[in-house]
Design a protein around this ligand. Sequence first.
Ligand SMILES: [Zn+2]
Length: 252
Amino acid sequence: MKINSVVEGLSLVLILGLTSSLTASEAEHGKAHWSYTGESLPAHWGELKPEFHTCKDGVNQSPINLTGFVDANLTEIPFDYKTGSTEILNNGHSVQVNIASGSTIEVDGIKFELKQFHFHTPSENNINGKSFPLEAHFVHASKDGELAVVALMFEEGDENKMLGQLWEKMPMKAGEKTKLEIADVTTILPKERDYYRFNGSLTTPPCTEGVRWIVVKKPTTLSKAQIEKFAKVMGHPNNRPVQGTNARMIVE
Ligand SMILES: [Zn+2]
């Protein structure tokens, strides 16, 4: 199984005619085992592979429509983002910025390290039934492999300087990546970081549950041209539809 995956990954590298800048596993990740359009679209993810069964059987799936909030006096999340980005890649599902180790947040007394952030258009989560043109996911992992995702919504308005820097380096084709050195990624976050919180899952296969979701209440802005540039590079919407909230509470 593992060997097959590596071989698949290698043959993809050959098909795309890429240089050795991508490892086999990265190329494998970029391969369209699942997609947002066509036969392997989100409604079919759960049937594509046995490992993806949670995509159809899960009851705490993401994204959701955030509504019916329960007051919980949430404490402020300490963001300690010290390190910068290393590269920006287009994996065919999204555009992702990888982060050097050393940037953390703390949730429930556990330290989570920022690994990467990426984007969805339109937004995956909705707030009170409202969809946004773009949503960023800051993906953090603890030492034990637990995940915490901070979601940030964007609405159309002023140009976003940080996105301007990112979009300039954004690889246009799936499977490509570029070096990117941005010293302080904190500047993408709004100063006001009140948030909603719920338990959810990865929004892409294998749709693993047990993910701590933190959705920043206040959206930030990007320009119409910036929305259009990202949509054009993706070539299709890259949002999973909202899933059932079921018995979950969304606290604020
Ligand atoms: Zn995401």
